[in-house]
Unconditional design. Structure first.
Length: 604
């Protein structure tokens, strides 16, 4: 069977979608006699990109079925992969040097040309930026020292202060840390110190705050406002104008559809310092758009948690960047010791320059030492399944709860996180209504089945209607929580933004950048939001979360998705799932295929 016929058959059976088939058909138009192996590899490459990979890494497969769990009966054995690689190397459709052809084969990795170019541009930029180390002026040293606190333990390194120092020494700083490790507090001090240092030299030091989503941007601003009082009194006024954050798309001047950008390599952003929070959510495309718009004199500080879920689209860029340790070259270590008198661990000879731009915050200031949430998150991240179960079963952690998935447990959740919660926040008629609605949230790993988002939302809404003596067919009732599921340029709302229906105004008040109020009759793409997927919860935090896992194992379940869900909670985490499902999730780790890590850390 010819490759195109075979791929068409797989499409009819639902193993792949139109995109794979149409791409292969396009390739046949370019070269009608292309080998079948090249065509099937091309379809697999497109499919891999749709699954979040930047490339199809032929070295990562060992007798696995083509297209993952789909039963195509086409097994990627070593013999097949070797045959593919030989065919790809001699194909006129495939480049080995990045020249303009539909596919690029490099070190056993097969790319769509566009994604190879993105990866090359990004990694080269990172290597250039991280290789530069600046001398520190006396004025900058004095500015830094205003924000250095005395150490109680002479042997404990305050990594927040190291990040502050690095923001002057390096043009790129990547700060990774789990919940409550003080990422925002660190940024607060970085901004203030740079403003102090610029006094007398520059009248207007410009800072931009951004995040991938509107929710994350608002949380960044709230955290900075909350932390303002931690600054020395004489410097609090410096943050007077740093009270707004925007999405990365808006920062770059994107059109609402996101396909055109005002700021790029020909028109750089007009800022001295750019702060980007929740960087784990940025895919390769947005990273490239961002770095293109950053001028040679602008510093970039990115924050995130390398252990969270990667971006929805292609790449796990933050995780690939954060491949090092809290250690530094002699040059950087000596500079910091001269600045604040702290002796730092030295990295091994030959360690790539990117390591000098990384800081890992390891101390939690939010959770106490006996916090169950922190211990559970650590055990999940370490893939220590025995510890995970031990912490969930223990009575020593009042912030941790575990229910087996039965009817009784679900009724408790529906009332506590849905019906009773609805009663709590509808009592308010001002902005406290939205704030209070974020106190509790149900997080689901999947969308379909009876333990998915759709079913849970439906059950909560039925319960609320019964409690309030509303007929079941009532669609809009006071306090109904909804989430937009698509960008809408006319309504000025974005995918993932949440709103609450107010029966007095007969409008849905959204929480996005524009805080728009919309008549329900104008809404076409939305869903209930008492329960949301764990993916959609990224960039948000809630006081109490209930995590509902599916009854059956799924490829979606992983340590990353469980870790992300657990760390959305500030006060209490409830896990609903069988022991078997929890263990399988903890033991599975998701890896995104790309050459980013190799190129940055091995210099290839």
């Amino acid at each position: 069977m010819k490759a195109l016929e075979r791929i068409k058959s797989w499409k009819k059976q639902g193993y792949i979608e139109d995109l794979e088939f149409e791409f292969v058909r396009f390739l046949t138009q370019l070269q009608a006699e292309a080998e079948d192996d090249v065509m099937i590899a091309a379809a697999a490459c497109i499919n891999a990109q749709k699954q979040g990979h930047i490339c199809l890494d032929l070295r990562q497969y060992d007798n696995e079925p083509l297209f993952g769990e789909k039963n195509t009966e086409y097994i990627l054995s070593q013999k097949v992969l070797e045959r593919w690689e030989i065919a790809l190397l001699r194909s006129e459709l495939v480049s080995q040097d990045g020249s303009l052809k539909p596919l690029v084969l490099e070190e056993g990795r097969l790319y769509l040309h566009k994604y190879w170019k993105f990866e090359e541009e990004f990694t080269q930029w990172v290597l250039r930026r991280s290789s530069v180390t600046h001398d520190i002026t006396d004025l900058q040293k004095d500015a830094i020292r205003h924000f250095i606190k005395g150490r109680k333990d002479l042997f404990e390194i305050n990594w927040q202060e190291i990040a502050l120092c690095l923001s002057f020494i390096k043009d790129l700083v990547v700060i990774s840390g789990g919940p409550g490790t003080g990422k925002t507090y660190t940024v607060l001090n970085i901004i203030a110190a740079h403003m102090v240092a610029s006094m007398g030299n520059k009248e207007d030091f410009k800072v931009a705050l951004a995040a991938p989503t509107g929710k994350a941007a608002r949380r960044l601003v709230d955290s900075i406002e909350d932390g303002r009082d931690s600054l020395p009194d004489k410097f609090k006024h410096l943050l007077g104008e740093v009270t707004e954050a925007q999405t990365v798309h808006k920062l770059l001047g994107a059109s609402f559809r996101g396909n055109r950008f005002k700021f790029d390599q020909n028109n750089h952003l007009p800022y001295d310092l750019i702060i980007v929070d929740e960087a784990s959510m940025l895919d390769i495309h947005m990273w490239v758009r961002l770095i293109r718009a950053i001028g040679p004199d602008t510093k970039l500080v990115v924050l995130g948690d390398k252990d969270q879920l990667a971006s929805v689209e292609a790449g796990s860029i933050l995780g690939d960047l954060c491949g090092g340790t809290n250690s530094f070259s002699n040059e950087v270590a000596e500079t910091i010791e001269q600045m604040i008198g702290v002796s730092l661990p030295l990295s091994e000879a030959g360690t790539p320059s990117i390591n000098d731009s990384l800081v890992f915050l390891t101390k939690s200031y939010r959770f106490k030492e006996n916090s169950g949430i922190q211990k559970l998150a650590g055990a999940i991240n370490d893939q220590n399944a025995d510890k995970v179960i031990e912490f969930l079963q223990s009575k020593n952690y009042p912030d941790l709860h575990w229910f087996e998935p039965d009817q009784s447990s679900f009724e408790k959740i529906l009332h506590r996180y849905g019906i009773t919660h609805h009663k709590d926040y509808v009592a308010f008629q001002d902005e406290r209504r939205i704030d209070t609605s974020h106190k509790k949230k149900i997080l689901c790993a999947i969308r379909k089945t009876k333990l998915g988002v759709d079913s849970i939302n439906n059950a909560v809404e039925i319960g609320i209607k019964r409690k309030n003596s509303l007929i079941t067919s009532t669609e809009w009732y006071d306090g109904r929580l909804v989430m937009a599921t698509k960008n809408d340029s006319t309504l000025r709302i974005r995918n993932g933004e949440m709103g609450i229906f107010n029966s007095r105004s007969n409008k849905i008040q959204f929480e996005g950048e524009h805080k728009v109020s919309i008549s329900p009759s104008r809404m076409t793409d939305y869903e209930g939001a008492f329960a949301i997927t764990i993916h959609k919860s990224q960039g948000s935090e809630f006081d109490d979360v209930a995590i509902i896992l599916p009854e059956r194992d799924s490829a979606v379940l992983s340590k990353e998705i469980l870790y992300t869900a657990v760390t959305r909670a500030r006060k209490n985490t409830l896990v609903v799932g069988s022991k078997d499902i929890i263990l399988k999730a903890v033991k599975r780790s998701v890896s995104r295929h790309s050459g980013v890590k190799d190129k940055i850390w091995q210099g290839s």
